[in-house]
Ligand binder design. Sequence first.
Ligand SMILES: [Zn+2]
Length: 466
Amino acid sequence: MSIRITFHGAARMVTGSKHLLEVNGLRVLLDCGMFQGEGKESDAKNRHFGFDPMAVDAVVLSHAHIDHSGLLPRLVKEGFSGPIFATPATRDLCAIMLEDSAGIQESDHEREVRHARDGQRVPPPLYTVKDVWPAMQQFVTVPYGEEREVVPGVRLTFTDAGHILGSAVVNLVVNDGTQERRILFSGDVGRYVDRLLPEPAPPPQADIVICESTYGDRDHASIAEAVSELKRHVEHTCVEKKGKLIIPAFSVGKTQEVLYTLNELSNAGELPRIPVFVDSPLAIDATKVVRDHTELFRKEVREKLQEDPDLFSFRGVEFVQNSERSKQLNGRQQPCIIISASGMMEAGRIRHHLRHSLGNERNTVLAVGFCAPGTLGAEILSGAEVVHIFGQPIRVKAEVARMEFYSAHADRFELVRFLKSQDPDQVQRLFLVHGAEHALHALAERFRQEGFPEIAIPAQGQGFDL
Ligand SMILES: [Zn+2]
């Protein structure tokens, strides 16, 4: 009889979320995320799971972000044939996000093959578009608050994590025949002042807690500052400097939040008359999924729908589907706002916009989300004078700014608030994952002050008997 957990990703880093729970020989994988950034090192880790996919009995997925879901098609391709438990909105988002991820890998692969030197071997994509459909067939949806058996001895209840549409905290009751353990896996925790989604729901008491730490060392700005700050950036760049405001944003979550704020400014007559381009096919699909799940919005936002049935669209906004139109925008000199993916600036059309815009001081690159170390986004934000895009050196003359309000992650104060639902005396062990070293240690210190006695920061591949 035994319960064991092994951390196969997001251990002392922020991507690749993957934790393997073993109960009496049955294996439940919590998340199946892709490692991102850091080039070849990530690629190697994405190709070797560190466990046998065929031996996994079930997956429980916290939310649709690629660093939590992105290796599901590969897991299935390598022999995993069990159910994937997720909320209905997470399933809908995964359908478009995994296909997008596969498409990016295929086109990156084609480009690498074109540029490969004679005899140089280019590794195949992790998976292709045709691998996504079989994985989607294995999804089993579970709404918030309903209990399901995952495998014999493991019962699951999702509670709302408030991070992105459909995001969940995973609450498990695990029984190995001799003992019972309540396990709480936070996934990613949202903000208590999110613009669209409700605040994270308080999860039930647990004995074992696995908590994310992305912003464990930071406190975010307040909600009121977010609207005025975005307005200030628009006026400064597009009106005063007559430049382009480039907003790299995750297609899911961030893009809709920025559109929602711009829509609000537009309704109030406070948005200058400049075109706004949403240049990401995935963001267009994601916005449709978000519109289909208005039941998950905050109450105040649902009420607004009575007066303004489309909260993500306003005069002057154009959703750019085809790549020809996207290329036209690259050459555009007039002031405009371009919202494009990916948020960490690693892939997608944003790289073309950056290549054409970074060299001009009239433009501003406004980061609104988290950029993992090693990504182009992190490099630009760190103040690099020259960056490389598609192998070409580009001098950074554009202004670079950051708005942390739009982070979909709770800050340190909010993570502490999230775990206020727990009596620390009952928590036998608190594992901190999904954070850079500094954030992990800062948060551990903070949680010690809150009375959590046993705090562990697991390393990649490290296992613990529970
Ligand atoms: Zn996330």
